[in-house]
Design a protein around this ligand. Structure first.
Ligand SMILES: *[C@@H]1O[C@H](CO)[C@@H](O)[C@H](O)[C@H]1NC(C)=O
Length: 396
C-alpha cells in the first residue's frame, strides 16, 4: 500500500468514525445542512420515497410545515431529525386555550416519539413580519402553551420550540452592523426573545439573497448574492468584510439581536434557496443561478464556520426546498425552488443523486463536496492522526 492510498483509507475510516460520534449527541440540528419538505403539490413522491431520497442524499435535518401523520409515520425509524410545523391557522386557538395546545402536542408529537425523531416544533411561520395584528398578538401565548405542554410531558430536552422570521422584521440591514428590529413589531419581538432566551431556543431566520438581489439588481453584484468571487462589502463600524450576502444577512440579524439586548442568542437559517425558473420580471431565476447558489451554499455550510461577527456560531441552514411545488400560488419562482423535480430526479447537479437518474446527474461534484466537508474541525484531528500513522509506517 503506498502512502497516498494509505492516507485515503485512514481519511475514509476516520470520517466514518467522526460521523458516528456526531450521531450520539442530542442536538436539534446535526451537522450544518438541512432541508425544507414543502408539500404544496399534487405530483411529488410519497413520504416513504422522500425518506429514501433524503437518506440516500445523507440529509438528516428536515422541516415540514404541518404535522401530517403520513409523513410522521414514514419517517419512523429512519433517523431523520424532524422539525414539525404548527401552522399559523392554529395559533389563536393554541394561545387561547392551554388544553388545546396539550391535545395538539399529545396527538401530533408525543404519539410519534421516539421512533420518529421529532426534535423541534416551529410555532407559526413569519408571523411578526406579516401584518396580521391578531396573529402577532397570539404568537407568544401559543409558543408558551406549546412549550408548557412539552415540558409537562417531560420532552423539553428533546423537542425545541421556535418560530421563524422573515427579513420583514428588520428596519435596516445595510451595513449589517446597523440592523435593528422594526419599531412596530418590537412590542411583540422583545417578550418573545425574552422567553426564547429563557428556554435556550435560537432565533430562526428565513434568509433569501435571491429576493434581496431581485429587489435591487442595479446596486447589488449578483456574484455577492451567489457566493462567487466578488469584492464584497466592508462594514466600517465593525471593521468586518463580507464576501457573500448570506453571511451579511445573518450578521445583520446578530446586530439586531444585540441591539435588543440578546447578544448571546444563536441564529439558525430555517429557509434559504434560489428559484430555477421565474416570470419575465424574475430574470435572476435561472437554472444556472440556482445551481451556483445551492452548490456554493453547500460548500459554505460544509466548512462548518461561523460568520465574521460571530465566528463561534457555526452557520446552520435548511435549504428551501426539496421539491418544486406545483400548487403554490404567486409568481412562477415560488413553484421552482426545488433541488429535485416531482419525479425525484435532480433539478440540477450540486452533488446529490435523485431517486432516478437524469442527464444532469453525475458523481464528479459529490466527490468535491465530500472533500470540502473534510475541511471541518475533525479534519485537523484526521490530519494529525494520519500524519502520526504515516510516521509509524515509515519506521517499519
Ligand atoms: C379549553 O378547551 C377545553 C376542551 O375543549 C374546554 O373544556 C375548556 O372550557 C376551554 N377553556 C377555555 C378557557 O376556553
Amino acid at each position: 500500500m503506498n502512502s497516498h492510498h494509505h492516507h485515503q483509507f485512514l481519511f475514509m475510516f476516520l470520517l466514518f468514525f467522526a460521523q458516528k460520534i456526531e450521531l450520539l449527541t442530542t442536538e436539534a440540528f446535526t451537522g450544518t445542512y438541512g432541508i425544507n419538505y414543502g408539500r404544496i403539490a399534487d405530483n411529488i413522491p410519497s413520504p416513504d420515497e422522500v425518506a429514501t431520497l433524503l437518506r440516500a442524499a445523507k440529509i438528516r435535518n428536515v422541516r415540514i410545515y404541518d404535522a401530517d401523520h403520513s409523513v410522521l409515520t414514514a419517517f419512523s425509524g429512519t433517523g431523520l431529525q424532524l422539525v414539525v410545523g404548527l401552522p399559523n391557522g392554529y395559533l389563536k386557538e393554541m394561545s387561547a386555550n392551554a388544553s388545546h395546545a396539550m391535545t395538539w402536542v399529545t396527538e401530533n408529537i408525543q404519539a410519534f416519539l421516539p421512533k420518529t425523531s421529532i426534535c423541534g416544533i416551529a410555532v407559526g411561520n413569519e408571523v411578526l413580519g406579516g401584518g396580521d395584528d391578531e396573529l402577532m398578538e397570539a404568537l407568544l401565548g401559543a409558543v408558551k402553551n406549546v412549550y408548557n405542554a412539552i415540558n409537562k410531558l417531560g420532552l423539553a430536552d428533546v423537542v425545541q420550540i421556535t418560530t421563524s422570521h422573515s427579513q420583514a422584521v428588520f428596519a435596516n440591514s445595510y451595513p449589517p452592523s446597523s440592523c435593528i428590529f422594526r419599531e412596530n413589531i418590537a412590542q411583540y419581538m422583545k417578550p418573545l426573545l425574552e422567553f426564547f432566551s429563557q428556554i435556550g431556543s435560537p432565533f430562526c431566520l428565513n434568509a433569501y439573497p435571491f429576493l434581496a438581489y431581485m429587489s435591487n439588481p442595479e446596486d447589488i453584484d449578483i456574484n455577492y448574492a451567489l457566493f462567487q468571487k466578488t469584492k464584497g462589502i466592508y462594514d466600517t463600524k465593525t471593521d468586518l468584510h463580507y464576501d457573500n450576502m448570506l453571511d451579511a444577512q445573518i450578521d445583520a440579524t446578530y446586530a439586531a439581536l444585540e441591539d435588543a439586548g440578546f447578544k448571546k442568542m444563536e441564529v439558525i437559517v430555517t429557509e434559504t434557496g434560489w428559484a430555477s425558473r421565474g416570470d419575465d420580471n424574475e430574470a435572476a431565476a435561472t437554472v444556472n443561478n440556482a445551481r451556483t447558489y445551492n452548490y456554493n451554499l453547500r460548500k459554505r455550510l460544509a466548512k462548518k464556520k461561523g460568520t465574521p461577527l460571530r465566528p463561534k456560531f457555526v452557520v446552520k441552514a435548511y435549504i428551501f426546498a426539496i421539491f418544486n411545488e406545483n400548487l403554490k400560488p404567486g409568481p412562477t419562482s415560488e413553484r421552482n425552488f426545488g433541488l429535485f423535480k416531482p419525479d425525484g430526479s435532480i433539478s440540477y447537479d450540486i452533488g446529490f443523486h435523485g431517486l432516478k437518474s437524469s442527464s444532469a446527474d453525475s458523481s464528479l461534484l459529490s466527490l468535491k463536496v465530500v472533500r470540502a466537508q473534510g475541511l471541518s474541525k475533525s479534519y485537523i484531528l484526521i490530519l494529525t492522526i494520519s500524519a502520526a500513522a504515516s510516521l509509524l509506517f515509515l519506521k517499519q
